[in-house]
Design a protein around this ligand. Structure first.
Ligand code: SF4
Ligand code: SF4
Length: 558
C-alpha cells in the first residue's frame, strides 16, 4: 500500500512496511520528504531521483518506480537499451553472452551503448577544443551524463546550469537513433514496438520524467537491473554451457558487443579515462558532488576543463538498482578493460562531419533545462527569514526529526511557509508553558467574561472559556508574537492560520480574538478545539477592541 501525498515519479513509499525511523527524511539531499502521523510519508519538495531514500531504508519501504519484470516481446517488438553497468554485474562473463541472454528473454534487439559513448567522446572533445581556443565556455564544464546531477543543479545550483556541457547524453543519442532507424522499420509492417531502458538508477525509471523528447506513440519502459538479474542469470548460465547459440551482431552496427572503453563508463572516472584532454576530474558520491558544486559556485576549479560527476559512489555501478556489490562490479570492469583495451571503433572524421551539422548538440538552453529538470529552490522573503530566526531560538537544535522534517532549520522554514505547526515539535509541545516575567495583580476576569461583555462569538476551544485573562496583546507577525506576547494574554490578530494556535499554546495565552471580520481556517478551529484554546471573533478593528479592553483594566500594570 503506497501512501504518498505528492507523488514523486521516481520513488514509491510503502506505508505498510515503514517503521517510522525517518532515515529517508534525513538522507534526502533536497529535503523533499516529510513524515506525518508517524508513518505517512509525503514528498513535499523536489525529488531528483537520487535513490538515497531507497539506499538508507532498512525496512524496504521505499522502491523505485520501475516497470515490473515480465515476459518481453510476446505481443510486441521489445528493444533493450543496455547500460554498460549490466556487463559489470556478471564477473567473468563475456558481454556477448549477456546480450544473448537478453535475447533469450524475449528482446528482439539489444542495443549496446559503446557506439554512442564514442560519439559522445568525440563531440565532447570537439566542443572543448573549440572553446579552449575561443575561451568562450564557462569553465569547468560539467558532464551532462548523470541526470541526478543536472536535476540537483536545476534545484540547488541554477547559476551553474550554463556549465553543463551542451552535448546530448549517450542515452539520448541512443534512443534517437533507435527511434529513427529501427522503430520505423517495424512500424511500416504494423508491429508495436517498446523500448526498455535497463539501468541501475531510479532517476531514469520513469521516461516521462527523464526524457523531454519522448514520443507518446512509442512505449518507453524502464527496468531496474536488479529486477531482470535473476532471469538473466539463468539465461546466461544456459548460454555458457552451450556453444550452439551464435550471437548475431550484424543487424545494426550498434548491436555489436561492448568495448573496454564502454565498460569503463560503469565506474567513476570511466567517462574521462579515454578523453583527449588532461585537465579533467571525476567526482563520485552525493555528498562529494554537492561539496564540489558549492566549490564551483564559489569560483574554484576554473583551470579545470571538464568534471565528470556521478552521484552514486564509485560511479553508476554503485546505483541503487544494481544487482551486485559495487566493488565486485568494479573489479569485473577492470578485468574487462584489461581484456579489451581502451581503443575506439569509430573514426573522428565521420563524427566531425555530423558535429558540424549540429547533430550532437542539445537544443535546450540552460533556462529550459531548469524548467524541464525541476523547479529551483523557492526563495524566502526577508520577513520569513526573520521569522525563521525567531523560531530557531525556540527550538533545541538537535535535528532529531521527530517533527517529521529532516532538521530544525527545515522545520522552521516549513513553519514560515505555513506548512507546519510549532506544536509538531515534540519538545515544544512537552514544554509549552513558558514563564513570562511580567508582574501584575492576579486577574479575576475570564475569557467568558470578555465574551459576554463584548458579545464576542466563540468559534472554537469553548472548553477554555474559564481561562483567566491577565493581559492583552495585538499583532500579526507570528515571530514577533512568539518573542513578546505575555503569558495569560488575549491576543488580537487578523491571522487565521493554524499556526496561531501553536503560538497561543507556546505563550500560554488565555484566548485568541480574530479581528476585522476575518474567519479562521477549519484546521485552525480543529486545532484550537484539541488544545482548548478559545477563538473568538470580533467584527471591527483590533484598535477599537484593544481600546475597550484596556479601558476595563486588561493590560494595565499595577
Ligand atoms: S529519490 Fe532522492 S530526492 Fe527523491 S525523495 Fe528519495 S532521497 Fe529525496
Ligand atoms: S551515478 Fe549513474 S547510476 Fe547513479 S544516479 Fe547518476 S547516472 Fe544514475
Amino acid at each position: 500500500m503506497t501512501d504518498i501525498q505528492q507523488p514523486s515519479c521516481f520513488v514509491h513509499f510503502d506505508k505498510a512496511l515503514c517503521h517510522g525511523h525517518a532515515s529517508c527524511i534525513r538522507a534526502c539531499p533536497t529535503k523533499a520528504i516529510r513524515m506525518v502521523d508517524k508513518r505517512t510519508v509525503s514528498v513535499v519538495g523536489q525529488c531528483i531521483g537520487c535513490g538515497e531514500c531507497i539506499r538508507v531504508c532498512d525496512a524496504g519501504a521505499v522502491s523505485a518506480a520501475a516497470a515490473e519484470a515480465r515476459k518481453f516481446g510476446r505481443d510486441h517488438v521489445a528493444i533493450a537499451l543496455v547500460s554498460p553497468v549490466l556487463y559489470a554485474q556478471f564477473p567473468g562473463v563475456m558481454p556477448k553472452d549477456i546480450l544473448m541472454g537478453l535475447r533469450q528473454m524475449g528482446f528482439r534487439h539489444t542495443i549496446d551503448m559503446s557506439y554512442f559513448l564514442e560519439i559522445f567522446h568525440y563531440a565532447t572533445e570537439e566542443f572543448i577544443n573549440r572553446n579552449r581556443e575561443s575561451n568562450k565556455a564557462p569553465w569547468p564544464l560539467i558532464s551532462p551524463v548523470c541526470p541526478v546531477v543536472v536535476r540537483l543543479i536545476a534545484f540547488q545550483f541554477p547559476s551553474l546550469m550554463p556549465h553543463v556541457l551542451p552535448v546530448l547524453r549517450p542515452a539520448a543519442l541512443m534512443a534517437r537513433e533507435v527511434k529513427q532507424r529501427i522503430i520505423p522499420y517495424y512500424q511500416e509492417s504494423g508491429e508495436t514496438v517498446a523500448l526498455y531502458y535497463i539501468n541501475p538508477c531510479p532517476t531514469k525509471m520513469d521516461p516521462n520524467c527523464s526524457n523531454p523528447d519522448q514520443q507518446p506513440e512509442i512505449s518507453e519502459i524502464a527496468l531496474g537491473i536488479n529486477d531482470i538479474f535473476p532471469e538473466l542469470s539463468r539465461q546466461v548460465e544456459k548460454i555458457k554451457d552451450s556453444d550452439a547459440i551464435p550471437f548475431d551482431q550484424t543487424r545494426f552496427e550498434y548491436e555489436t558487443c561492448a568495448t573496454g572503453n564502454a565498460s569503463m563508463w560503469a565506474m567513476s572516472g570511466g567517462e574521462i579515462a579515454e578523453m583527449d584532454f588532461d585537465r579533467s576530474l571525476a567526482v563520485s558520491g552525493l555528498e562529494e558532488t554537492i561539496a564540489y558544486l558549492h566549490k564551483i559556485e564559489m569560483g574554484l576549479f576554473k583551470d579545470i576543463e571538464y568534471i565528470e560527476f556521478r552521484t552514486c559512489r564509485e560511479g553508476c555501478l554503485g546505483g541503487v538498482l544494481a544487482a551486485i556489490d559495487k566493488y565486485l562490479a568494479k573489479s569485473a570492469v577492470q578485468k574487462m578493460v584489461k581484456l579489451y583495451g581502451l581503443g575506439r571503433r569509430l573514426t573522428r572524421e565521420n563524427i566531425l562531419r555530423l558535429y558540424e551539422k549540429g547533430h550532437f548538440q542539445t537544443e535546450k538552453s540552460p533556462a529550459k533545462l531548469i524548467e524541464l529538470y525541476g523547479t529551483k529552490k523557492e526563495a524566502l522573503s526577508l520577513e520569513s527569514l526573520q521569522e525563521i530566526e525567531k523560531t530557531m531560538e525556540l527550538l533545541r537544535g538537535t535535528d532529531c526529526a521527530a517533527c517529521g522534517a529532516p532538521d530544525c532549520r527545515t522545520f522552521a522554514e516549513d513553519i514560515a511557509r505555513g506548512t507546519a505547526s510549532l506544536q509538531n515539535c515534540l519538545w515544544i509541545s512537552a514544554h509549552s508553558t513558558i514563564k513570562i516575567k511580567r508582574k501584575k495583580g492576579k486577574s479575576t476576569m475570564t475569557v467568558n467574561d470578555l465574551m459576554e461583555r463584548f458579545g464576542l462569538q466563540v468559534v472554537a476551544g469553548d472548553t477554555g472559556l474559564d481561562r483567566q485573562v491577565e493581559d492583552g496583546y495585538c499583532g500579526d507577525l507570528l515571530s514577533e508574537i512568539m518573542g513578546n506576547a505575555p503569558e495569560g494574554c488575549v491576543w488580537l490578530t487578523i491571522q487565521g492560520h493554524q499556526n496561531i494556535v501553536a503560538v497561543a499554546v507556546l505563550r500560554n495565552m488565555a484566548a485568541i480574538i480574530v479581528t476585522g471580520g476575518q474567519t479562521p481556517d477549519d484546521e485552525t478551529l480543529e486545532k484550537a478545539n484539541q488544545e482548548g484554546i478559545p477563538i473568538l471573533l470580533w467584527p471591527d478593528s483590533a484598535y477599537q477592541l484593544a481600546g475597550r479592553l484596556f479601558a476595563m483594566g486588561v493590560g494595565k500594570t499595577d
